[in-house]
Design a protein around this ligand. Structure first.
Ligand code: NAD
Ligand code: UD1
Length: 337
């Protein structure tokens, strides 16, 4: 079965293509390469011993989308394509709404025209805002604190309405907690452009000597050691969660939501310690003021996915830091060099 993977050259999409292929599906990658390298294709080929089909295109290009959906006889869409930098989204809100929200409307319009009725959407735990209780289950109220977050809330609403309008449509929003790690081969991973905003890439660039020290944003939170707590989930587990969601619900319809997390939180200091041990280097850090908009703790109640999808994260923090280190030390500057 052919599945269109928008944003399939990116960090989560590329790993999910591998999981889809392993499960017997045929991913067709659709990406405008705005935040990824064409070299991802070579890495995918080495890992899977398979040449993945790639169409260079934008989700705002309806004609190209329709042609691709028809030419490849696509049955379902895994929709990863989006801009994802929280800070930039506050500076350039219209660009974010255009890419993430209008782009999704264009994609759904093309799907409707081509009678493709199933979509798996990359949402985020950011839709829970400042948690009212922990662990967070799917019934927790949703909101947003920045334009990026609002694009996720808005697209979830659009998917709901799209399913209400046609009882055959299926939309599954997967709310990721904090994706981390890399492919265990070290051939594929996350390579952010510029200074990383997220913790794991910042630590790995520090470990490899590209950054002097990690700024720990806040050590006075109400947590075990005062630093922020997050639910880090290995990219390989996350990728398999997508396949589990689609395989389970392939014959269903309606609008569904699942958390994809491990259910366990780690502090910033715990992550730095784990990374130090994987890389066998000391990682320098300094305590800095809290980052605006940050919350103290965030971790998932992941039981719905386990109950309904039979999926559970298997890999621990050591696997995340070991695999990130393997990737970072093999490709210190990402795939571009
Ligand atoms: P990424 O930037 O590595 O991948 C996104 C891909 O989409 C890139 O290859 C980019 O070139 C492509 N893309 C962007 N806009 C496009 C457009 N208009 N048309 C075609 N392609 C386009 O990001 P990622 O970390 O793999 O994230 C994938 C999805 O998961 C995104 O929707 C993101 O918002 C969501 N998400 C990510 C995280 C995270 O921490 N990485 C957490 C929660 C949710
Ligand atoms: C961030 C985004 C969130 C997005 C998620 C995707 C913000 C405010 N939130 O979440 O919307 O869905 O990424 O992965 O940007 N930290 C440091 N030093 C650093 C970087 C981070 O101490 O250099 C701390 C943070 O304060 C936090 C933890 O590390 O406690 C994780 O941070 P990060 O990786 O940025 O993820 P989130 O803040 O959870």
């Amino acid at each position: 079965m052919n599945i269109l993977v928008t944003g399939g050259m990116g960090y989560i999409g590329s790993h999910t293509c591998l999981a889809l292929y392993k499960a017997g599906f045929t991913p067709i990658i659709y990406d405008n390469l705005s935040n990824s390298s064409i070299k991802v294709l070579e890495q995918l080929k080495i890992i899977a011993n398979h040449t993945f089909e790639f169409v260079e295109g934008d989700i705002n290009d309806r004609d190209k989308l329709e042609a691709t959906l028809n030419d490849y006889n696509i049955k379902a869409v895994f929709h990863f394509a989006s801009l994802k930098a929280v800070g930039k989204s506050t500076e350039q809100p219209l660009r974010y709404y255009d890419n993430n929200v209008s782009g999704t409307v264009t994609l759904l319009t093309a799907m409707q025209k081509s009678a493709v009725k199933q979509i798996i959407f990359s949402s985020s735990a950011t839709v829970y805002g400042d948690p009212q209780y922990l662990p967070i289950d799917e019934k927790h109220p949703i909101t947003a604190t920045n334009p990026y977050g609002w694009t996720k809330v808005m697209v979830e609403q659009i998917l709901n309405d799209w399913c209400l309008a046609n009882e055959q449509n299926l939309a599954i929003a997967l709310r990721y907690f904090n994706p981390a790690g890399a492919h265990p081969s070290g051939l594929l991973g996350e390579s952010p452009t510029g200074i990383p905003n997220n913790l794991m890439p910042y630590i790995s660039q520090t470990a490899v000597g590209q950054r002097e020290f990690v700024n720990i944003f806040g050590n006075d939170y109400d947590t075990e050691d005062g630093t922020g707590v997050r639910d880090y989930i290995h990219i390989m587990d996350l990728a398999e969660g997508h396949v589990a969601a689609f395989s389970t619900h392939q014959k269903d319809s309606g609008s569904l939501v699942y958390n994809l997390g491990t259910g366990k939180g780690y502090t910033v200091l715990e992550i730095i310690t784990a990374f130090s041990s994987s890389a066998n280097v000391e990682i320098n850090y300094k305590f800095a003021p809290r980052r605006a908009g940050d919350i103290a703790s965030n971790f998932a109640n992941a039981s719905l996915a386990q109950e309904k999808l039979g999926w559970k994260a298997k890999l621990n923090i050591k696997a995340m830091t070991d695999d990130t280190w393997r990737w970072q030390s093999k490709y210190p500057n990402g795939l571009e060099d």
